[in-house]
Ligand binder design. Sequence first.
Ligand code: URA
Length: 249
Amino acid sequence: MDRSLSTRQILKFHIEAGADECIADQPLDRFRDAPAIDRAAPAPAGPDASLQGAWAMAAKAGSLDELRLALESFDGCSLKKTATNLVFGDGGPKSRIVLIGEAPGAEEDRQGIPFVGPSGKLLDRMLRSIGLDRKSVFISNTVYWRPPGNRNPTTAEMAVCLPFVERMIELIDPDVLVAMGGPAAKALLAQSEGVSKLRGKWFTFSTPRLASPIAATAIFHPAYLLRSPLQKRAAWKDMVAIKGKLDSF
Ligand code: URA
């Protein structure tokens, strides 16, 4: 009996495993060149060590450029192994508003820039509706590398990136922080409710290194709005409220 798989079956297997697009002509085994395990060496760093390292590295960064360099050399988040590029953030370092999404997608991974795919196009339109553009805001995510197959980032992946996200917010020190979608709201606003309960409300974001707390809110994630266009009306109200908050300073 011929047990070999057809090309179609192999393709189906890859798509189901999350390898849903072709990004190069030749396959690249990202694990092949990983250093061999030295069994005499001390135990490799575990998640706690990665987390401690992340807080220490992020705290040392005195500018966004230094924070980017720190992330480029940080190996504590396994998403880095499968991603093509670091997706650090986009916008002005002195922006009055910082928006944090969930995780980079395929196009973001390719370009190394957040929100450049379909949901980014909608985000651009949402910003334009209140007189803002990508140069007047700073946009980033709860994790800095694309999760394979666009799966949701895990709690551990978000936790290990959080020190860098917090430091990014401290360095920019905006007037307003906006969490886009549930995972960002959970990570930044310390609230357990979903976005539909949090949107339209104001919270504060503070860290020991911030001179004063930052006004923070949550909005529907643009990708959700693409799937649920009826919610765009609520999203527009939220954008108007954000503009009102910015104008109140
Ligand atoms: N969705 C996100 O949450 N972030 C991106 O950068 C792109 C899509």
